[in-house]
Design a binder for this molecule. Structure first.
Ligand SMILES: Cc1cc2nc3c(=O)[nH]c(=O)nc-3n(C[C@H](O)[C@H](O)[C@H](O)COP(=O)(O)OP(=O)(O)OC[C@H]3O[C@@H](n4cnc5c(N)ncnc54)[C@H](O)[C@@H]3O)c2cc1C
Length: 424
């Protein structure tokens, strides 16, 4: 028997989810499961989920065993907490288990798929979206969204789609080649939203002047404390963690974590400065006392017992101290200069490596413009926002994905005619 030709896809859907990254996939899965009707994901890239695949060095750090609002910056902690609580870490584990992804906790508290392969996570999310009835249209960049009576007109070079509700999950500006080029901000703005005055890269490496001794230590990594201070010397934030010296400056978790604080503080106060202590927990006074007691032993040897040798030598050079000379030969002035180099090396940061090298974006749509129980816009009814487009950025460790899962879940269950509150 001849089969009837399939009807051409209708141009009208119940929900258009713009952006099939972590937040958009989560929203589409839960919209479908909650009975939101015809759900379509519009994704500009030919292959969705680029960031999920590169995350965590290709292993995808899905979340962290403990996530609180204190792990984030941007909007107020109370607002961030409200969303995180709706879909917390246990709920995330249960959700991933339900779609066939077992997570394991590592010593650092980070959770990864037991396969150590990010593709496991992406494939499971895509499968779950399909099973929930959400259609994926890849290679469809949305150029414009307009409110048209009670619905939305979503347009791009691919055509026009009418949608009863729209979810914007286009991410921020980081890793623009993945498709997250910031156009979502323009769409949100055109629908009446504001974008924070400041939008900067977050989790981004910082650059130092060429020739700075740190750039000569390229490849060296050490546990260090970075402290950001205002122009008047007041401590703003301090981060301890692995710090990587590179040919351009500094990278590694501690540097990435402090970067957004630096860039945001700098915009308000050109005098802000970062110093690094290569011996966390020590003070200039305690290091000075250790150097004073050296006697015939050299400062280079002494420091190399606790620091990588190349770094110990570089710190001696920076302080004008001969690393192999007996400690007792050091003048008081040189000894103090070395103690300060060890505990408070000034970092004359010249800039950051930009969105191409940033793992996240700091800034976006303020949560104050969003109803946090539904992630629905307060300024444009029927529009929902989730993920990195919001003014929320997390520290290194799986926090940014957790925000995407939590906010995507809340948006997803809320686009159904009767929100299935509490449904997972
Ligand atoms: C290298 C790297 C490693 C990372 N590692 C981790 C990690 O291990 N753990 C962690 O928690 N976080 C990590 N992050 C951060 C995390 O990936 C993001 O915070 C998260 O992916 C944000 O999810 P999202 O869905 O909001 O946005 P995105 O993942 O950016 O997804 C947005 C999607 O929208 C699409 N899009 C954008 N504009 C349009 C448009 N106009 N029309 C249609 N589609 C559009 C994009 O193509 C993209 O697919 C990493 C980021 C990077 C860059």
């Amino acid at each position: 028997m001849a089969r009837m030709a399939a009807a051409p896809p209708s141009d009208r859907v119940d929900v258009a989810v713009i952006g099939a990254g972590a937040a958009g996939l989560m929203a589409a899965i839960h919209a479908g499961r909650a009975g939101a009707g015809r759900v379509v994901l519009l994704e500009s890239a030919k292959r969705p989920g680029a960031k999920i695949l590169v995350a965590g060095g290709g292993r995808c750090n899905v979340t962290h065993h403990e996530v609180t609002e204190r792990d984030f910056a941007g909007s107020t902690p109370a607002a961030i907490r409200k969303v995180l609580r709706r879909f917390d870490v246990p709920a995330t584990l249960e959700f991933f288990r339900g779609i066939g992804v077992e997570l394991k906790r590592e010593e650092t508290g980070k959770l990864f798929p037991t396969t150590d392969d990010a593709a496991t996570v992406l494939e499971a999310l895509l499968r779950a979206a399909r099973e929930a009835g959400a259609g994926l249209r890849a290679g469809c960049r949305v150029e414009e969204v307009r409110r048209d009576g009670g619905a939305f007109r979503v347009t791009g070079a691919w055509g026009v789609l009418e949608a009863g509700r729209v979810v914007i999950s286009t991410g921020g500006r980081s890793l623009p080649k993945s498709g997250s080029d910031g156009h979502g901000f323009e769409i949100a703005r055109s629908l009446g939203h504001s974008i924070t005055r400041l939008v900067t890269p977050a989790l981004v490496p910082l650059t130092l002047p060429g020739g700075h001794f740190v750039t000569q230590l390229s490849g060296l990594s050490a546990e260090a404390t970075l402290t950001l201070r205002s122009g008047s010397g007041k401590e703003i934030v301090s981060v301890t963690g692995s710090t990587l010296c590179t040919h351009f400056g500094l990278s590694g978790p501690a540097v990435l974590d402090i970067s957004r604080h630096y860039l945001h503080a700098l915009a308000a106060d050109p005098g802000v400065a970062i110093t690094v202590s290569w011996l966390p927990g020590e003070t200039a006074k305690s290091v000075d006392a250790g150097l004073l007691a050296l006697g015939a032993a050299s400062a280079g040897r002494h420091l190399a017992s606790r620091l990588p040798e190349r770094l110990a030598r570089a710190l001696c050079d920076a302080a004008g101290v001969d690393p192999s000379a007996p400690g007792r030969a050091m003048t008081r002035e040189r000894r103090r200069a070395l103690a300060i180099a060890v505990t408070a090396t000034p970092l004359p940061v010249t800039g950051d490596r930009g969105y191409t090298h940033a793992e996240a974006t700091a800034g976006g749509v303020p949560l104050a413009e969003i109803r946090l129980d539904t992630m629905e816009s307060r300024v444009c009814p029927g529009l929902h926002l989730c993920g990195e487009i919001c003014d929320v950025d997390g520290r290194i460790g799986g926090f940014n994905f957790q925000w995407a899962w939590s906010s995507g879940y809340v948006a997803g269950i809320s686009v159904a005619p009767v929100p299935a509150s509490g449904a997972r």
